[in-house]
Write a protein that binds this ligand. Structure first.
Ligand code: BT5
Length: 323
């Protein structure tokens, strides 16, 4: 409850009355007061003003272009930068910019998304102030069928940055999740505009749960955040700047050598490998994930020792134990 209150206070710059908070959380005003005090004891500065209510003094500032640009150390990525308070989806915004001639590296970040997208039309919860919801425009000279390996490149970049910044044991679940202690810390959605044989542009959209103290009921068992793991709020700006730098570095390798240039590093951080997995497809099956190929596909060995190569994007993979 305390965590839900924390997220509610962080979701607005306005005052919230005890009554509004009580209604939103389904508790009495007296309990609201109790939880406010508990948060204060933890060090949160919460103002209380008669007739207006409560307001939290955000420990970390709202994102803005100037602050990010000041700390950014890249050649191209994020140099054309849009930080928007509310957008339907940062991927949609990048698509619009791309169609109007934006260059490779153009980046959109939002404080909140009203229609954050996962794969196959699934929703991505993107509450205000708590996450890094970011999309980057790429223009690789590759065939459309190779675009899914860009997702892997992004997963590797996120995983490395979060490990380096916070010392957490982030791992990649092939193809598009970054997990922490078995729960989803980050999801990646790669979209493209392409002709039959060539790619016009690719949008790589990354969602990282950073300061979320709580999650909605329907995902609280599967989702996690940096906050929930290290027990304190962190500044999102270094995450954004390091991520853009790492993405740019890995993308340069990828352009030269293809996925094979980052395959070893990816495999080292990939939690799916050597696990029993269930390939969810029309003719789905269970097997052991044994290898990631030079193209970024997953090789799964069936019980009869035959091997099947699975293309990202076509299937979902879940460790059998989870089902
Ligand atoms: C993904 O899809 O994991 C891709 C998510 C990509 C989000 C980024 S944010 C910036 C950019 N703009 C967008 O509009 N999208 C990208 P998928 O594997 O289909 O997972 C979706 C599932 O994850 C949902 O059905 C929920 O079960 C769960 N989920 C939703 N929100 C979550 C969250 N914040 N944290 C963890 N899990 C979540």
């Amino acid at each position: 409850m305390k965590n839900k209150l924390l997220d509610l206070l962080k979701s607005t710059n306005d005052y919230l009355s005890g009554e509004e908070i009580g209604e939103a959380l389904g508790v009495s005003r007296a309990s609201v007061w109790k939880y406010i005090n508990a948060l204060r004891k933890e060090g949160y500065e919460i103002e209380a003003v008669t007739n207006r209510g409560y307001k939290i003094n955000n420990t970390f500032q709202v994102l803005n272009e100037r602050e990010i640009s000041k700390s950014l150390n890249t050649w191209e990525f994020g140099k054309e930068l849009y930080v928007i308070e509310t957008v339907d989806s940062t991927n949609n915004k990048v698509r619009e910019l791309a169609q109007n001639g934006a260059k490779e590296g153009c980046t959109v970040i939002a404080e909140t998304q009203t229609g954050g997208k996962g794969r196959l039309g699934r929703p991505w919860k993107s509450p205000p102030g708590n996450g890094v919801w970011i999309s980057v425009l790429l223009k690789p000279e590759i065939a459309p069928q190779n675009v899914s390996s860009i997702t892997l490149l992004a997963g590797l970049s996120v995983c490395k940055v979060l490990r380096a910044l916070f010392g957490v044991n982030a791992e990649i679940k092939w193809p598009n999740d970054v997990l922490l202690n078995g729960k989803k810390l980050c999801g990646i959605l790669t979209e493209m505009n392409a002709q039959m044989e060539s790619v016009d542009f690719v949008i790589v959209g990354i969602g990282i749960n950073v300061n979320n103290a709580s999650f909605p009921k329907d995902i609280e068992d599967v989702a996690t955040s940096i906050y929930q793991n290290i027990g304190k709020e962190v500044n999102r700006i270094p995450i954004i700047c390091e991520l853009l730098k790492e993405l740019e570095k890995n993308y340069a390798i990828y352009k030269q050598k293809g996925f094979s240039g980052i395959r070893a590093e990816y495999s080292n951080l990939c939690v799916t490998l050597n696990k029993e997995v269930k390939v969810i497809a029309k003719d789905g099956f269970i097997g052991k994930a044994v290898e990631i190929t030079d193209e970024g596909e997953l090789v799964v060995e069936k019980s009869d020792k035959t091997r099947v190569t699975v293309f990202s994007g076509e299937v979902s993979i879940r460790p059998v134990k989870e089902n």
